[in-house]
Design a protein around this ligand. Structure first.
Ligand SMILES: [Zn+2]
Length: 281
């Protein structure tokens, strides 16, 4: 009898540790990071941790979505269709965001107008779409965080449209490098000139030319299939104002936990999204 009780206690302790490890890992995603512990636990009960492979398509254009993804590292591109067989990257999602959050506005039968593809491999917390919608309905802080994130995405996409129309290529390239750096939480940006040309909607030769200018100015180092941000503060000065505008909008909407239930102070484990890693103006 005593042996059975001891085994049961040991099992419960192991399960608690497993749940705690899973929660710590999930909080690398900045949306999950701002959830109170009880809601995160309920989200993770319906989720699984998966590896994302480079070039893996998470959502096909106009095909029903099986899962919603919360990346904990890596980089996913959201690509818009520009003609019959061609997609251009419209924006990037990493651990600051959610891949497929639009579902909560459009419901089960949503057929995405974008293709979402992994550029840099990593890991994600994945939730079946049916469970995702139920959780968004049942959990107020989860729903609140997702709506705030969608508000940021709206600002991000409209700003990107203006940026493409008005700002010079070198400034836009600097902006995308800062975005990638921020999303990956790393100064090494494993994006090729071809991927950058897709993001910027220009020829690869134009990207190579701008990369060369930024490198000559000591802001970046160009290596094989990698760009290293050598001087983030100067690169920020070289970028257009759009980066700062979107970054401030994200911080305004999602870093603050003023109207979401909180269980720990910001900056503490489980206590909210981390501040930007890049130096500010
Ligand atoms: Zn811009």
């Amino acid at each position: 009898m005593v042996g059975r009780v001891a085994a049961r206690i040991s099992y419960v302790t192991k399960m608690d540790r497993l749940v705690s490890d899973q929660a710590a890992s999930a909080r690398h995603n900045r949306i999950l990071a701002i959830l109170p512990d009880d809601e995160l636990k309920r989200v993770l009960a319906r989720a699984e941790r998966v590896h994302l492979r480079p070039r893996q398509i998470l959502h096909h254009w106009r095909c029903s979505m099986e899962h919603v993804y919360f990346p904990t590292d890596g980089l996913v591109s959201v690509a818009a269709k520009v003609d019959h067989n061609r997609f251009l990257d419209a924006w990037l999602v990493g651990r600051e965001g959610v891949v497929g959050a639009i579902l909560m506005l459009s419901g089960h039968d949503h057929m995405p107008a974008h293709r979402r593809i992994v550029h840099v491999g990593g890991n994600a917390i994945r939730i079946p779409t049916h469970d995702f919608l139920q959780l968004a309905e049942a959990l107020p802080a989860f729903r609140h965080a997702l709506l705030k994130y969608l508000a940021v995405v709206m600002v991000q996409t409209s700003q990107a449209g203006v940026c493409n129309a008005v700002h010079p290529l070198k400034q836009r390239l600097a902006r995308w490098l800062l975005v990638a750096c921020e999303v990956l939480d790393d100064d090494h940006v494993p994006l090729t000139h071809q991927v950058l040309s897709n993001l910027l909607g220009v020829r690869r030769a134009s990207v190579t030319e701008c990369v060369s200018v930024l490198e000559q100015n000591g802001l970046i180092r160009n290596e094989r299939a990698h760009i290293i941000v050598a001087d983030p503060a100067e690169l920020r000065k070289a970028a257009c104002a759009c980066f700062g505008l979107i970054e401030r909008e994200y911080a305004r909407q999602l870093t603050s936990r003023c109207d979401a239930p909180t269980h720990a102070p910001a900056g503490q484990p489980g206590g909210g999204a981390e501040p930007s890693r890049l130096p500010r103006h």
